[in-house]
Design a protein around this ligand. Sequence first.
Ligand code: C2E
Ligand code: MG
Ligand code: MG
Ligand code: MG
Length: 292
Amino acid sequence: LGQARADQRDVVRDLSRIEHAYDRLSLMRDLSKAIGNGEIFLQYQPKVHLRRQEIVSVEALVRWQHPQRGLILPGDFIPLAEESGKIGALTLWTIRQAIADQQVLAESGHDIPIFVNISGLLLADAEFVDQVCTMVRGVAAKVGFEITETAVIRDPECAIRHLRMFADIGVTLAIDDYGAGLSSLAYLKQLPARELKIDKMFVLELTSSNRDPLIVRSTIDLAHALDMEVTAEGVETPAAMALLSVMGCDMAQGFLISRPIAIGAMRQFLDEGRHLTATAAMRPSFGRPESF
Ligand code: C2E
Ligand code: MG
Ligand code: MG
Ligand code: MG
């Protein structure tokens, strides 16, 4: 009986593996039509400058409204897009849309850049890089790119050469998710990035952990020594925001300030200066920590 149960378990496990693989394939097939069907859209999340108490840029985050499955977040389809070779087309669409949406913000008096996440795979694709350069030349000040450092590691020379091309035409580059992967100080030294984003895994528990504040503070100091500005992602509480400010972090991004929202809502958010609710956490009356 024991053996029969074990066999049954194996069969169930195999079936669920097959089902999972089938599921991925069917999603991949749907993805190839998603852009054309208008199912892909962008949401935007602001980044607040802590000293200036201003929104200095916004980040574009891609979403997929699947007709049967509902909303799918990028973690569940960017890897599929990468595997199926659709990531280039998806990213070109995203950059084009972000440029158009930046115009919407600029027209209402908020001429701040929109940052787009660029998958590392694409840094090896000379044709993609060329297409992007053509697209952003002339509007380079309006866009920035966020790149995870692990992306660079596969073919560092090629990736760095392509990143320099972006930087040379005036696109601001940010290193995303710093500290989460195999972050390497060797690349940090060579990348033409002006901004470093500390991964949210170090920020989410900033005020309840012993080690995270030490890691965050030394990362801030390191970035500043390299003449880069630092953003903390995953800022969810007033206490975290206040501590980051004391530590000299330049910018903050997270649910405390705003969740990712549609472009129209973002314009309204900026019109109303709604980030000031969150930055109130840094005023002395809030009980700001004096030192760390
Ligand atoms: P990311 O670029 O590091 O983006 C930050 C992620 O953290 C976003 O998840 C955002 O919604 C989430 N987040 C922001 N603030 C908070 C917070 O306070 N607390 C918590 N718990 N989470 C927060 P999202 O939108 O699911 O995106 C996940 C990742 O997918 C992004 O990480 C980025 O690497 C990738 N991604 C998004 N859009 C694109 C795209 O257009 N192209 C590519 N290649 N990747 C994209
Ligand atoms: Mg990002
Ligand atoms: Mg990030
Ligand atoms: Mg992240």
